[in-house]
Design a protein around this ligand. Structure first.
Ligand code: ZN
Length: 186
């Protein structure tokens, strides 16, 4: 009788990427594979892997999947489609931007918008980040097209997005790390 695959779920230490579920299988010899299910990445590894091998492969596979996802909507058109999807799912289609595009001239801001003509711009630096972080910034700007400022009404709408809090933490971490680098260079 074949052994049941052993499954272990965890949130990687100090990481704010997707949740990870590792499944060990005795039938698996050398191959590792991974796929995404919602906000969880499932990594399948051979049972004989050590803890170190597991850590190594989980890191690699998560990175690979995240990069793939980010590339999926890396053009302006894909960004526009993504915004439409988010508006539908989290804002009941209450807002429809006329343009969403990547910009390179944006310093100190992840995203910006102009409610008068319903345009949104995202910093190209976001393109390297996990898609759930990009989604957060997109949704943040979409909400600004309806609600100016960061009041209670604003956050209530933004928090419709389940990973909003985690994404804010991620961006704060990136910003903090970046300014630390600047200090190191001076
Ligand atoms: Zn804002």
């Amino acid at each position: 009788m074949a052994a049941q695959p052993r499954t272990q779920s965890y949130r990687r230490n100090g990481d704010i990427g997707p949740d990870v579920q590792v499944r060990r299988s005795a039938r698996r010899r050398r191959t590792v594979s991974a796929y995404r299910d919602g906000n969880t990445v499932i990594v399948l590894i051979p049972d004989k892997f050590t803890q170190a091998e597991e850590r190594d492969w989980v890191g690699r596979m998560v990175q690979r999947l995240e990069t793939k996802r980010t590339r999926k909507f890396s053009s302006d058109k894909q960004l526009m489609n993504r915004a439409a999807e988010l508006a539908k799912r989290y804002l009941a289609n209450a807002v429809e931007p006329t343009s969403v595009r990547w910009v390179k001239n944006q310093r100190g801001r992840w995203g910006s918008c102009t409610p008068a003509d319903r345009t949104i711009r995202l910093s190209h630096r976001l393109a390297e980040m996990p898609s759930w972080v990009i989604d957060y910034v997109l949704l943040h700007e979409l909400v600004h097209l309806i609600v100016p400022g960061h009041g209670e009404k604003f956050w209530k709408l933004v928090d419709n997005y389940p990973s909003a809090q985690r994404a804010r933490g991620y961006l704060e971490g990136v910003a903090a790390a970046a300014s630390l680098n600047v200090d190191d260079c001076s």
